[in-house]
Design a protein around this ligand. Sequence first.
Ligand SMILES: Cc1cc2nc3c(=O)[nH]c(=O)nc-3n(C[C@H](O)[C@H](O)[C@H](O)COP(=O)(O)OP(=O)(O)OC[C@H]3O[C@@H](n4cnc5c(N)ncnc54)[C@H](O)[C@@H]3O)c2cc1C
Length: 391
Amino acid sequence: MSQHEIIIVGGGISGLSLAHYCVKAGLQPLVMDKDDRMGGTFNTCRRDSFWFELGAHTCYNSYGNLVDLLRETGSLDQITKPGSAGYKLFTENGIKSITSQLSIPEMIVSLPRMFATKMAGETVESYYSKVFGKRNFRSAIGPMFNAVICQKSNDFPADMLFKKRLRRKEVIRKFSLQGGLQSITDAIAADPAIETVAGMEVQEIEFAANVFTLTTTDGSCYEAKYLALATPSASAANLLQKPFPEIAKKLAALQAEKVETLGVVVRKEEVKIGPIAALAAQNDIFYSFVSRDTFPDPCYRAFAFHFKTDAGSREARLDRIAQVLGTRTFEHTTSAKHVIPSLRLGHKQTIAEIDGLLAGTPLLLTGNYFTGIAIEDCVSRSLQESRRVAR
Ligand SMILES: Cc1cc2nc3c(=O)[nH]c(=O)nc-3n(C[C@H](O)[C@H](O)[C@H](O)COP(=O)(O)OP(=O)(O)OC[C@H]3O[C@@H](n4cnc5c(N)ncnc54)[C@H](O)[C@@H]3O)c2cc1C
């Protein structure tokens, strides 16, 4: 049985940033992930020097804790600025500009309501329908937000979708990293003080005499004084059922959406649509695609299509991609699965209750289902949880 000070289950940005903060606190963490690579939603598909993102793609200088993390892991000088390419809407009449789908008179009537309407207690649909008008929300604003969070955004709490954060003026406003965003998680995982094990799914957790015992699907056992779960909420709920049933019950009540991403690399001359950063679908089997056009390559273009779970077979999805791009000649195809929280009104209260139950225990919880799904929300939650462990 291998023994550790702290084991972190889940090697996405939440788990790895927590590992980094644990090292700063003087601990030697072990991070385990069921996938055969670390990074979770930081998933850069690399083919020689060409890369494109299957998951997270953009960071902002308002991500202050992330900026500090990049500095501390030596990644800050790899920041790179995306070129300009527009965001568009995919309608039943093909690709259209966002403004073409907006009613300007409705906008002029609605926008002043922004000053009288508070976000707190409102859903995305109720708040933005007031501010932009119902028709505008349906035809353009809603689909754009669906694309941002890869799910129908209507019932999401308005104040948890976008947040005002201080900008770090020393860093460019919007950025990726040379080699893609997975370079961030790669750099954290490369710290020799952090031990990582990929391809290892934790199946069961016991907690007795102040020691956690973890059993993995291959039957291996690990012991730790502290345990952190940095997995989607449903996985955390399953694992905590026996040792922390009250916390497990609250976690099990949280909702999430499964998203299947299909990425294609295409020769430039084959693609029939012009340069485009991202496309949001008004009503289709996919929510959106994100392209690599903001980092143009002389030979190739790449597109990551984020599909709804009921989008049909892989063949049906490839057919839809072919229709959108105007070609079925793909140089390379690849796929990824993501789980993304579907937050609802009252979520902050549930999190406060979970935090109340965690207080005083050697169990840490982090992830994208606490304060929001943005990368900065994950890193900030991990920083906050790391303060509960100290040598
Ligand atoms: C398609 C997409 C694009 C996005 N783009 C952006 C963006 O551009 N900017 C932005 O700010 N945010 C973006 N987000 C949101 C943000 O990227 C995610 O919220 C964040 O990366 C989630 O990180 P995480 O570590 O909490 O979870 P994950 O990345 O999901 O990591 C959880 C890990 O836990 C592992 N795991 C689960 N169960 C077990 C188990 N039993 N044993 C071992 N391991 C387990 C999983 O394999 C996984 O690797 C995007 C999200 C998606 C889905």
